[in-house]
Design a binder for this molecule. Sequence first.
Ligand SMILES: [Zn+2]
Ligand SMILES: [Zn+2]
Ligand SMILES: [Zn+2]
Length: 90
Amino acid sequence: MNQPYKRGTEATVHCSRCGAYIPGEQEWCRYCGAIQERCIVCKGTIGPEEDATKCPHCEGIAHRIDLLAWLKVKGTCPRCKNRLKKEDLP
Ligand SMILES: [Zn+2]
Ligand SMILES: [Zn+2]
Ligand SMILES: [Zn+2]
């Protein structure tokens, strides 16, 4: 019930278009140039086929499952810290 939020093993930091590894906090792929949408919870990239949602306050994009798991524990946006409920997500 009251388990602290645990992030997965490693954030998937790979280009959502070509799959190349993307180091650190870089926001674009140096191989294909694609801008990477990064999850505000796990910091991993969000591929076009993944279920994503965003914070209505700061427009930060996240994997839906990550943000739901986060909100269950924290109840606030990991980026802007505004109170957030799962009903508020688009
Ligand atoms: Zn790429
Ligand atoms: Zn994520
Ligand atoms: Zn936010």
